[in-house]
Design a protein around this ligand. Structure first.
Ligand code: ZN
Ligand code: ZN
Length: 213
């Protein structure tokens, strides 16, 4: 089966920030993972990297902290960005963070069949895997900052569109949404948030400190 084309991409501003190495580690992880799955964004990134390289060459003396840049790149495995692997597998950069395959993740139950796994990154943003059973909705919530949701397996739909494997949804403060997994396959996403998300339900809000989401 040929994979469905990716229709939801990373915007240029985020790709530029990624290219410059200025994003929190959790955001860089989501972007590196999408780029591993998406020829289009990889091509755009390469053009930004070329421009960025030129800008740095033109500056004298170079003001960038070379050490910090190298560290970030090493962390998100920018060198190892590669072509997509077969279905059910995930890009190497993400596999490195979760210590293996999606099927081996040790999930923590959030209720209603929904599960999560927090991924260890620097604390300026949070990355987690979210598991939403087929046909099930994730809790309705808003955001205090930017959220990236990258589909790794299955698909989901919300008020703004339909997202399949490889698609990334970018939301911010202005957005409240209720993602619902497609029927037929459980949905697994990589979700990255800048700040704690705001649940509309007091139940989830009460649980928030406990689950660190
Ligand atoms: Zn893309
Ligand atoms: Zn959200």
């Amino acid at each position: 089966m040929t994979p469905q084309p990716i229709t939801h991409h990373i915007d240029d501003a985020l790709l530029m920030a990624y290219s410059a190495g200025t994003l929190p580690e959790a955001f860089s992880l989501a972007i590196a993972t999408h780029i591993s799955m998406c020829d289009e964004c990889r091509a755009t990134l390469e053009s930004f990297d070329a421009v960025g390289g030129q800008v740095m060459e033109d500056q004298s003396p170079v003001t960038m902290n070379d050490d910090a840049f190298a560290k970030t790149m090493a962390k998100v495995g920018k060198q190892s960005i590669q072509r997509p692997k077969p279905a059910n597998d995930i890009p190497a950069v993400l596999a490195g963070y979760i210590g293996g395959a999606l099927d081996d993740v040790e999930w923590r139950t959030l209720g209603g069949g929904i599960k999560q796994k927090i991924i260890l990154t620097e604390r300026d943003a949070t990355a987690r895997l979210l598991y939403i059973p087929a046909g099930q909705s994730a809790p309705d919530h808003g955001h205090s900052g930017m959220e990236l949701t990258l589909v790794l397996r299955g698909a989901f739909m919300d008020e703004y569109g339909h997202y399949r494997a490889g698609d990334i949804e970018i939301t911010d403060d202005s957005v409240e949404h209720t993602p619902i997994a497609d029927m037929g396959e459980d949905c697994i996403c990589l979700a990255v948030t800048e700040a704690p998300i705001r649940f509309t339900s007091i139940f989830y809000r009460a649980l928030q400190p406990f689950f660190k989401i």
